[in-house]
Design a protein around this ligand. Sequence first.
Ligand code: HEM
Length: 476
Amino acid sequence: MKLLATIFYSIIFLSSLFSYYFFRKEKRLHKTRAKLPPGSMGWPCIGETLQMYTQDPNVFFASKQKRYGDIFKTQILGYPCVMLASPEAARFVLVSQAHLFKPTYPKSKEKLIGPSALFFHTGDYHARMRKLVQSSFSPEVTRKLIPEIEKIALSSLESWANGQVINTFHEMKKFAFEVGVLSIFGQLNKTYTNKLKENYSILEKGYNCFPTKLPGTAYHRSLMARRRLNQILSEIMNERKEKKLVTNNLLRHMLNFKDEKGNTLSDEQIADNIIGVLFAAQDTTASVLTWILKYLSDDPKLLDMVKGEQKAICESEYGENRSLTWSMTRKMPLTYRVILESLRKASVISFTFREAVVDIEYEGYLIPKGWKVMPLFRNIHHNPEFFAEPENFDPFRFENPPKPNTYIPFGNGIHACPGNELAKLEMLVLLHHMLTKFRWELVGPSDLVQYSPFPVPEQGLRARFIKEPTANKCYF
Ligand code: HEM
């Protein structure tokens, strides 16, 4: 009897102990699981969309970070979002736990670019396309493009120096588009280039418009232009398939692609990726170049120093044919730091979007499945803990490398920008010729920021370019 009682009380004791631990753990998990990040979800449905789009988005994000800390929730365009403003959190989403988050874009935008463009994808297809794109924009490939990029840069600069006031951002877009076309197709005849340019510019006008298929609307015109772009790209592909030239550009790599089972890429997949790369390459590079001009104009002493560096290259490095080489582009430390600092200060891609594919716990907070997650690049780049006096334009800060994961203008992880070397190279080439052969003056105000949707100085930075009388000394 005594034994039975002992067993009975032992069972009761052990099960109470077990339940205590079990429920404590559950409670702990439940407690942490249930805890959403701080923040406000705003009005029903629209959330805080109006606040974000009517204020300067940077002020919106910065004031939220000040109030709630590095992780906060909000609701934008009807989607619940978690915003992350610390380097560790950005790394968690983009690198270490990237498999728990997928890229996410509205369907209407996917339709315009083309659903097979690599940045909409994850997994095997993304990895394959990325390998192709990365190999087409590697430094070994892009360095061979320098003479052609120089021609584009010089003819752009000549066209600006005609006495007229230019919209710098618009002109930089034309430059970046032509370099994009060169890197995708290699040499492409003028008729095709012009047709691509004309239709792409219609396409991009509808990108941020209300997505309705009603004829006459900007979005509908974009869809029509996208169809025409498919036809033009098909013609180019057919010609290239016949010629079977051995060239080292993205189109050739995509046409030659075969996976381990012998599958090739369809014309649609190739076209979507070409439009995707043009889309990723144009406004980004153009807006950074526009900011560089603005920051240099605001600091005449720095401008003189950068000009000095570039003129020294003309005087000591130019060979017989008076053109730039890859090794010369590696001897521009100050100009390079001006580019790095402009990428930081302007942070033209202020944030990116992902979507949680499962419920995720981070730093004790729950990120529910299906919620959008936004690593805030700009907040990280403007945090005084990582960049002293972040509102100052100071290229010399890059004499010392930034702390790990605090400098991510080209993103991080499996979707990080494969075009970053090309972008920096084309900026160096344009700046070299601009600083050695031309001067410019800004026309009208330039202190306000306009969102298009990339941030650029107001009216695209109006400027007048003048060719220096000494230009020919540094000329071809
Ligand atoms: C200064 C200019 C540029 C900036 C600031 C920039 C920035 C970025 C960033 C932040 C991402 C990652 C987005 C994310 O994680 O969601 C990205 C992706 C990408 N960029 Fe760039 N980019 C620039 C120029 C270019 C150029 C010149 C090209 C091509 C020639 C290019 C092609 C791409 C592509 C294809 C992706 C998608 C990669 C993927 O999803 O795997 N970018 N870019």
